[in-house]
Design a protein around this ligand. Structure first.
Ligand code: S3P
Length: 188
């Protein structure tokens, strides 16, 4: 990428990644509000564009087609928009193209919740997550573990086990502001 095309660090989109149900949407909305930015939930964008629920896209067209739509939606948003807070679906970062476009253009934050804490949320999230349907708890844990490698490709990580959403959002905002000041001190 040429120097001219580099995005000033303060204008980069903030992208939240992490497993299903770790709070990417709730925390993303809070971070956006605190930074006076717009919030974009990629799953909501897909549902709006396709005029269909994610679970219906899965059942009608299959996961492969969902991943294609997801990849294109993320690519478009991450390259065309600035100053947004964006939450990705939990499987998006499995795709190399998604990882590359996010890491090249955005600040990527990994919301890291342990398996033990995640299990406690299962009842709340399972109905709307087709990827979890027809899987045993052990199989879900395998998926959870298998995805950690992709999530490890981030700019910053927040361990969220003992924090409520508001605390996570405050921590993210403080860390971002510190980073922005270090890289581009404001002129008085
Ligand atoms: C998925 C996660 C979901 C959604 C889709 C697939 C996944 O998003 O994109 O159901 O493969 O992990 P959330 O992480 O917001 O639940």
């Amino acid at each position: 990428m040429s120097y001219m095309r580099q995005i000033p660090v303060r204008e980069k989109n903030i992208v939240l990644i992490g497993f299903m149900g770790v709070g990417k949407t709730t925390i993303g909305q809070l971070v956006a509000k605190k930074l006076y930015r717009d919030f974009i939930d990629i799953d909501v964008e897909i549902e709006k564009n396709e005029k269909m629920l994610i679970k219906d896209i899965f059942s009608k067209y299959g996961e492969k087609e969902f991943r294609r739509i997801e990849r294109e939606t993320i690519s478009d948003i991450c390259q065309a928009k600035r100053c947004k807070v964006v939450s990705l679906g939990g499987g998006a970062f499995q795709q190399e193209e998604v990882r590359n476009v996010c890491l090249e253009n955005c600040i990527v934050l990994f919301l890291d919740l342990s398996w033990d804490r995640w299990k406690e949320r299962l009842d709340l999230i399972i109905e709307s997550r087709p990827v979890l349907h027809n899987r045993t708890l052990e199989e879900m844990q395998e998926l959870f573990n298998a995805r950690q490698d992709a999530y490890s490709k981030h700019n910053s990580r927040v361990q969220t086990d003992n924090l409520v959403a508001e605390e996570v959002a405050d921590y993210i905002v403080e860390t971002l502001k510190l980073g922005w000041d270090l890289y581009q001190p404001q002129k008085d």
